[in-house]
Design a binder for this molecule. Structure first.
Ligand code: PNS
Length: 161
């Protein structure tokens, strides 16, 4: 049984992430989407909200979890050696290269697999989605309907407070 981890911030999950999840699901028997919980970094959605959105928009064979600290330590605890990351453009390469080699240094058995996103999503990022939503723009082309609803609610509630 080939299992892989798909780690990230997923703040929130976008159609670009879903595209990578679909592609990875064709290669691996099981995929664990793992949300990084970083107390230093402020996020729009709590980890519970992010987990809920991912569960809602992915199929049941996708497990959703969260982790703190180093990815290699979490992977070891879960008994997984492979991580999947999406590449959108050349600009992603440097950061991903740095992370992959750091992870390999920390655990030589750890392998990173890179999947190219669909060209429709090459420009998409959760940061851009948050910004569009914040200023009332339509995010429907970028995220599943459930996530679009959660974004609208989040910013409506913020405007009220
Ligand atoms: O969605 P993101 O923010 O690009 O995901 C980045 C993530 C979570 C994969 C990366 O920051 C990570 O693995 N962080 C855990 C800390 C760690 O292991 N750092 C050492 C390798 S860079």
């Amino acid at each position: 049984m080939e299992v892989a981890l798909y780690p990230g911030s997923f703040d929130p999950i976008t159609n670009g992430h879903l595209d990578i999840i679909e592609r990875a699901s064709k290669i691996f028997d099981r995929l664990i989407v793992a949300i990084l919980v970083n107390a230093q970094k402020q996020t729009l959605f709590t980890v519970e909200e992010r987990m809920d959105m991912i569960r809602e928009v992915t199929r049941p064979h996708v497990e959703v979890d969260h982790f703190e600290g180093l990815l290699v330590d979490y992977a070891r605890r879960r008994g997984v050696h492979t991580v999947v990351r999406g590449l959108r453009a050349v600009t992603d390469f440097e950061y991903e290269f740095q992370m992959a080699l750091t992870n390999r240094q920390l655990n030589p058995e750890f392998e990173s697999v890179f999947l190219m996103t669909s060209k429709e999503y090459a420009y998409l990022s959760a940061t851009i989605v948050r910004e569009v939503a914040q200023f009332g723009g339509a995010v429907d082309p970028f995220v599943p309907p459930y996530v679009a609803r959660r974004l609208r609610e989040k910013f409506q509630n913020r405007r009220k407070t």
